[in-house]
Design a protein around this ligand. Structure first.
Ligand code: DQA
Length: 155
């Protein structure tokens, strides 16, 4: 019998494709590829498949989530600025049954007031912010533990 690997989606919203060269004093020097590579490497050691997706367009992210989210065992999402205003993305996340973690590289509580209205975060199980790239590592750890508790075998 072949057992299918669990699937985790790694989703990035607007402007995150420019990581590494976009305001490095806030977001650091790692590119999106660096972050994706980190998670792909960690996950492959755990026998988990990761599907990466980035878009600057709210609707494309929602389409992708509806296409892949129901067949996935977990979602790590950095929605970028959509986190602060997209009720549409929050509704989409809420409709997906798997565990979800929202990650922000920067600590939103140290930033402008308009970044402190959580719209998508309440649709997720957990939120990690201000830990840079390490936040993704933590999000993966949470999802793996969640899968263990749910009895989902890796690989
Ligand atoms: C961000 C924080 C958002 O406020 C911002 O719009 C981003 C990046 C972060 O990772 O810190 O694009 O999500």
């Amino acid at each position: 019998m072949t057992s299918q690997k669990p699937i985790i989606l790694l989703i990035h919203g607007p402007n995150l494709g420019a990581l590494g060269r976009r305001e490095p004093s806030i977001y650091g020097f790692d590119s999106l590829q660096d972050i994706e590579d980190l998670i792909l490497t960690l996950a492959s050691g755990l026998n988990i498949e990761v599907k990466c997706f980035q878009s600057n367009h709210e609707g494309e992210i929602i389409d992708y989530l509806f296409e892949h989210g129901e067949k996935s065992n977990g979602i790590i999402i950095n929605p970028g600025a959509l986190a602060h205003y997209s009720i549409a993305l929050a509704d989409c996340l809420r409709s997906l049954p798997c565990a979800k973690v929202e990650v922000h590289l920067s600590n939103l509580f140290k930033r402008e007031k308009n970044r402190q209205s959580p719209v998508t975060a309440p649709a997720c199980d957990g939120v990690i912010m201000g830990m840079g790239k390490s936040g993704y590592h933590g999000a993966l750890g949470f999802l793996v533990e969640h899968m263990d508790l749910a009895g989902i075998e890796q690989g």
